[in-house]
Design a protein around this ligand. Structure first.
Ligand code: ADP
Length: 603
């Protein structure tokens, strides 16, 4: 029960004390009576609730003034208001002394009970107000302390969040988070334990101690099924565990190697369904964790869990990336080696073709020359069978020479050693001449060849023998891939250039009513040695329907056209030997060549 406010009455005469006490009987106060100064001092030192002292000035032994002086030295009573009761009220000397000793008022004998009551009531009111104020201050202090703890928690949470966002290395991050938590909240140990599924254990990943020497080093392990371990318990169940009194806790394990702790809070570290481990906080004092602390620390544990998950994802991505990089590097090396081999092979092949082509040319010239002489020999001329055989040799030798020439052209294009000798030429004249050259074949195969709109074409600057090869090749192909009775058309038109200062282009299209070209191979047919169909079934012929060649013609044609700064491509709905959709081979050539003297090969 709360003590009542007290009045100390000091007088050697009981009757006086009695009178004073009676005058105050209506107040709800405790009256303490003392018959001497000594007694009064004893009461004052053990009664903190005193709010006023009524002191008789004249007393045997210690008088009122002396008592007042002594009272100032008693800590509990140093500011106790004193009212002196004196018979000598009018004496100013006494008044002066009394005030010096700290008296606040005087009452002269005989004391008027009404006056006494009213004066004491004033002090009682004052005391009550003061007590209320003190209570208020105490409450404010408590609220303040709670607020600053909450602020601290919030600050810590914000700082932890900041660390999580800014530190990528998990170990560094965990250490920072632990030391922040431990120092701010004043715990004696903070540790993060992670489950290790391979060993079925829990390993200390990071620990922060209040003592300078760590009690347990990172790497220390506990078995997941340890029966007496709060950490193992939380790592198994995934549920927060709080003990504010370890001495009465069934899971708390007290050992000699670890410092004794009074309270422990262990929070699971989990993200969705994955339980990573636990964060463990310990304090030597019991009751270290308030419910607010637990709420704040749960949030913290959640943040740590997210950080662990992010770090694991990051590590996984990095590992995958490293794997991928290693694989890409290995493949790149393999490709580089293969490319190097191919380059060597290509060079060998080019050297081989050069040597063979040159070596074959001389005997071929001999075969062709002598067989032509034989054709005119009267003995053979008269023998039709023989003559046809020799004619066969002549055709074969010519065909072989054409192939060898194509291969040498290809090599020149490949090695960029082709030199053009541009002249002004009329395409209509050139194409008419080629038509004339091919007319026996056209007749034999019953194919029509029409030249359309070529009169409108301007003369162009080009190498005549190169262009002759291009169009001869396109026409030969048109003949080869168009069945008997079909139609070939060569049309042309000038194409003005969008660039100022350029003389523009001419476009020539060689169209046929033949088998057509599949869209998938329309680019491929311009590459070296590409031929559609089975190589071994190819009948080698320059003019027969579907008579194949070595697959060099279009590739050389493209090389020559591009050497002039032009373009060549095919347009065809597809390949169909029955429906005969036909093909259009387009050649776009510039009217003028650059005059730098350099070959106009595109890069
Ligand atoms: P080839 O020596 O086989 O004729 P080319 O480089 O001249 O080699 O042609 C490559 C391939 O392009 C031919 O095998 C053929 O399949 C296809 N081709 C060329 N011209 C035509 C055409 N006018 N119509 C259909 N296919 C064609």
């Amino acid at each position: 029960m709360e003590k009542k406010p007290g009045v100390l009455i000091v007088d050697d005469r009981p009757a006086n004390r009695h009178m004073l006490a009676r005058a105050l009987s209506t107040l709800d106060v405790q009256i303490h009576e003392a018959e001497s100064g000594e007694q009064a001092l004893a009461i004052a030192s053990k009664e903190p609730e005193l709010f006023v002292a009524l002191v008789d000035v004249r007393m045997p032994g210690m008088d009122g003034f002396q008592l007042a002086e002594r009272l100032r030295q008693v800590p509990e009573a140093s500011s106790l208001p004193i009212i002196f009761i004196t018979a000598l009220g009018s004496d100013s000397y006494y008044h002066q002394r009394a005030y010096e000793t700290g008296a606040v008022d005087f009452l002269s004998k005989p004391v008027s009970p009404r006056v006494l009551l009213s004066k004491v009531s004033v002090f009682l009111d004052l005391f009550r107000n003061q007590s209320q104020l003190k209570g208020l201050i105490r409450r404010l202090d408590t609220v303040n302390a709670a607020l600053s703890k909450q602020t601290l928690r919030l600050e810590t949470a914000a700082e932890v969040m900041h660390q999580i966002a800014s530190i990528l290395d998990l170990d560094e991050l965990l250490m920072r988070v632990l030391s922040l938590t431990r120092e701010r909240f004043g715990y004696d140990f903070a540790g993060i334990w992670l489950r290790d599924d391979e060993s079925d254990g829990i390993v200390l990943r990071a620990g922060q101690y209040g003592t300078p020497t760590p009690v347990r080093e990172p790497g220390a392990a506990i078995a997941l099924n340890a029966p007496k371990s709060i950490i193992a318990h939380v790592c198994r169940t995934g549920v927060t565990y709080l003990t504010n009194d370890t001495s009465a806790d069934e899971h708390y394990l007290a050992t000699d190697e670890l410092p004794p702790m009074g309270s422990e809070l262990t929070l699971p570290l989990k993200f969705r369904d994955t339980l990573f481990g636990a964060v463990d906080l310990q304090s030597e004092a019991p009751n270290a964790f308030s419910p607010e602390d637990v709420v704040a620390l749960k949030t913290l544990a959640d943040q740590i869990s997210v950080a662990i998950r992010n770090a694991r994802l990051y590590a996984e991505v990095r590992r995958l990336n490293e794997d991928l990089e290693a694989k890409v590097e290995a493949r790149t090396n393999e490709l580089a080696t293969a490319y190097h081999h191919l380059e060597l092979l290509d060079r060998n092949k080019s050297d081989f073709i050069t040597v063979v082509s040159h070596e074959l040319r001389t005997p071929l010239t001999l075969i062709s020359g002598f067989s032509r002489v034989l054709l005119e020999d009267p003995a053979i001329e008269s023998d039709t069978e023989r003559w046809q055989e020799v004619q066969g040799i002549v055709t074969g030798a010519d065909r072989m020479r054409a192939i060898i020439d194509s291969m040498l052209d290809m090599l020149k294009i490949d090695s960029r050693s082709l030199r053009l000798k541009p002249l002004r030429i009329s395409l209509i004249d050139m194409l008419a001449e080629i038509k004339h050259r091919l007319s026996p074949t056209l007749e034999e195969r019953d194919l029509g060849l029409a030249l359309e709109g070529l009169e409108a074409l301007p003369e162009i600057e080009a190498d005549p023998s190169a262009l002759d090869k291009v169009f001869y090749e396109l026409l030969s192909n048109a003949i080869k891939y168009t069945p008997d009775g079909g139609q070939i058309t060569i049309s042309g038109e000038p194409v003005p250039s969008r660039d100022e200062g350029s003389d523009g282009y001419v476009s020539v299209v060689v169209g046929d009513t033949g088998i057509g070209v599949d869209p998938e191979v329309q680019e491929l047919i311009f590459t070296k040695f590409y031929r559609t169909g089975e190589v071994t079934f190819h009948s080698s012929s320059k003019t027969r329907f579907k008579g194949g060649g070595p697959g060099l013609g279009l590739s050389i044609a493209r090389g020559l056209v591009e050497a002039h700064g032009g373009r060549i491509w095919v347009e065809s709905p597809g390949c169909d030997e029955e429906k005969l959709p036909g093909s259009d081979f387009h050649v776009l050539l510039p009217v003028s060549q650059p005059h730098s003297g350099k070959p106009a090969l595109p890069a």
